[in-house]
Design a protein around this ligand. Sequence first.
Ligand SMILES: [Zn+2]
Length: 420
Amino acid sequence: MLAVTAARGALSVLAEPPDWRVLDDYQGTLTEGEFRARVPLFSNDGALYQWLTVGARGVEVFADRGKTRKLWELRFANDNAANNAAANVAQAILPVFPQYTGKIACATLGSLKQSKPLKPLAGLKICLDPGHIGGAWAEMEERHFRIRNGPWVDEATLNLITCEWLERGLREAGAEVCWTKRTTLPVTARRPAEFTPQAIKMLWRSDAKKAARARPAELLKLVRWYEELIFYRVAEIQARAAVVEHLRPDLTLCLHYNALGWGRRGPRLYQNVNRIVIFTHGSYLARELEFDDLKFSLFKKLLENSRGAERRVADAIARQAARMWNYPPEQYGASALTATCRPAGKTPYVWSRNLLANRLYPGPVVFVEGPFMDDALTYRRLIAGDYDGWREIAGRQYRSIFREYAEVVARGVIEACGGE
Ligand SMILES: [Zn+2]
């Protein structure tokens, strides 16, 4: 977690103190039982309750575990009032698929399935969020590599090409498509050099011993590294969140290519390492909930209730990916990521994870990780570029990997919306 502690309450890096009053529209929209039923998705171990007092009338949220500084209070509703209020909120505020929210869901979904419309995504606005900045910033982002003297592989560019094809697929199915960005320029106007104080704090928090031992030139290098991290991982995502907030889509798709990663000896290729993994929002860690802005985001997401739409779309994309590629699901059980994500779908490919993008973007967000760039066969398909028809690669005929990936995602969204 990228974070700093401020004197008057903890905020994650670059976060502004949240305005809890914007959640007042949700007063009386859910019962205590409904509230408690939603908590485990966001706080798997129930750590959230350390900052809450839950009573019959409502739940109070505190900044501290001692419960001396109250941030906000949500009033519960009785069952009937909750149904009415939830329906009103769904219509008035929520930028989610209304047909998948609560009781409105079933009726509309049923009629969609019966009519089997030619344009199953008509009326939906879908935002594409191609991962990373790329271009001049690719090396800084560390999502950029080459094997020996081969061509450079820049993940941001791969994501952009795939999203161009995805846009076509979604538009053909009737969706309105918008983008957080469609160039290799940053969305944020801020730059790394602005973040020196935050970078110094973060360096000392993360690695005080190394910082204390470092020579001046090395220390400057470390601070620069954190400045850049804050720029591309926090400021850029905050700026994109503002774009999504403005566009108010029904669904946002964050699109990435995966990688196993490389060590000190540089990038290398692996055999058959592709896995399918798709993230929905959730799984906050107790240490993340120390921060007021993360508590706020948790409540905003819990009340917005995008969970059903996210899971439905994620599972459908996963099924399409499994059908197309037959890769196994990612297994986080044995890795350090165990605590940061939990299984969250009907398929074994969907995990809930608290990522900055799916936390800050309003409405349902499905975060799709594509094939592994450092898988030997995938790498050969990627450097073959985008092309029409079929080409022989490693003795077999393949379509453009970009179009194939876009088709997987488009088909998944269409399936989730009742189309075929
Ligand atoms: Zn990525």
